[in-house]
Design a binder for this molecule. Structure first.
Ligand SMILES: [Zn+2]
Length: 435
């Protein structure tokens, strides 16, 4: 027996799960401690990554003041793209290599933190760009060793990137979203200051909040780590280990908080308890999915975002069509959880309960509907798009979407039910419209 029924041990399969957390300091005002923390890491000259919109915010001023007071030489890099690409990662890598920095600070959303991870990687261990990119899109070569210190300071409550070793980008030539994953990409320290969310537009809070919700749900329902064949040596154990007792703890608490706070945080920017609560939920979910991995909604989201034609949501830059990551994930999620529930109805019901669904008279056969229905109700309460049709996709796009998703093998392998292109096509059809 494993440590609980969900994790029964099987001969020859994995019996160990690893916990490699990022050091984390959380609370209002923690950004004022940035200079002292950078000093404590021995940093004297840092690259400060951010994007042009964040560069205007009080959070950045507080952080820069703190770095200046600690006598640290700061060079600003504010050319991060909102959805990074291989080109924007490479440009950041060149900047990092030329600057001869002894460490990095990122202040921003997932795009900023991910770009900083990539810049740190390619300037510390130079290689062809595709060398470290996940196979089969890239070579999937292992990162050879530790990077320079990186202090990550998230300004949205969604990605959890401050706790993960993952950097996601669009590979322009292949029109596919993919990433680089290595424990060495994890920031050295993350400073999470929930006061930075006060100025976020409602639609940004909603999109990033649903990203949190899906991180937690996908990690909680991922294939159990005990189903994976045991690695030949510990260094071959994947970072995305599958669901395990450690990630379950973070998921359950992230789901409870998301159920309690997401709709409130979207509707009322002055609801400090809700906005701070979502920030902590994002961090908890980040710790969980960085340890266990996400699956189908994220695998499907990559092609939804990558193939977008003319969608332009409120609260985002208006210079080009964009499907924010959280929206590309949540439009797929209800369809996915209807499909995966039979793999483990009890877990899906528990998750629905954590989110606050009314489970009276709901049996195991209704688990998928109970969970999907509750997510859909939350989407309606926060003005999220009504499925794929609402962001411009139709039946004619299903084949291309499914082909794109099928390339996300690293994520698909984490699904509790195996899928091929035909299952993915059906999942996209099921996501066309929800109400
Ligand atoms: Zn995500």
């Amino acid at each position: 027996m494993g440590c609980c029924h969900h994790y029964d041990f099987v001969a020859g399969n994995e019996s160990v799960f690893a916990v490699d957390p990022t050091a984390l300091h959380f609370g209002p005002g923690v950004l004022r401690e940035l200079g002292a923390e950078a000093r404590a890491l021995g940093l004297k000259r840092i690259a400060l990554f951010t994007d042009v919109r964040i560069a205007e915010l009080p959070a950045l001023t507080a952080a820069r003041t703190s770095l200046r007071e600690a006598d640290i030489d700061v060079v600003l890099y504010d050319e991060v793209r909102v959805e990074p690409t291989d080109a924007s990662f490479e440009a950041a890598g060149r900047f990092a290599a030329e600057g001869k920095f002894d460490g990095f600070v990122s202040i921003g959303g997932g795009s900023v933190m991910d770009t900083c991870k990539a810049a740190n990687l390619y300037s510390t261990h130079p290689a062809d760009f595709l060398a470290y990119v996940n196979a089969p899109v890239g070579e999937g070569r292992a990162v050879p060793g530790p990077l320079k210190p990186h202090i990550a300071c998230p300004t949205t409550s969604g990605t959890g990137s401050e706790c993960t070793g993952i950097a996601v980008f669009d590979l322009l030539a292949q029109r596919v979203k993919t990433g680089i994953a290595s424990r060495y990409l994890k920031p050295t320290l993350s400073l999470v200051d929930p006061t930075v969310t006060a100025s976020l537009p409602a639609n940004v809070v909603a999109a990033s909040g649903f990203n949190v919700l899906s991180h937690a749900l996908e990690s909680y329902t991922a294939v159990p780590y005990t189903r994976r064949v045991a690695p030949q040596s510990p260094d071959l154990r994947p970072m995305s280990q599958g669901a395990n007792p450690w990630s379950d703890v973070g998921c359950a608490e992230a789901l409870r908080r998301t159920g309690e706070y997401l709709v409130r945080a979207v509707r009322d920017a002055d609801d400090v308890e809700a906005r701070h609560g979502m920030m902590f939920a994002a961090t908890l979910a980040g710790i969980a999915f960085g340890n266990s991995g996400v699956h189908l909604p994220h695998g499907m989201a990559y092609s939804v975002a990558g193939l977008i034609r003319d969608y332009q949501p409120e609260g985002y830059p208006e210079d080009e069509p964009i499907c924010p990551h959280g929206i590309s994930v949540i439009v797929d999620a209800p369809s996915v959880f209807r499909f995966t529930a039979p793999a483990d109805p009890g877990r899906h019901l528990e998750a629905a309960g954590y989110l606050g669904a009314d489970l009276r008279d709901v049996g195991p056969e209704d688990a998928g509907e109970a969970l999907a229905g509750h997510i859909v109700a939350m989407m309606r309460d926060t003005d999220m798009p009504n499925g794929l049709e609402a962001i411009g996709y139709g039946e004619a796009d299903v084949a291309a979407l499914a082909q794109g998703a099928y390339r996300q093998q690293r994520l698909l392998k984490n699904s509790p039910i195996e899928v091929g292109e035909s299952e993915l096509s059906d999942l996209y059809r099921g996501a066309a419209r929800y109400w």
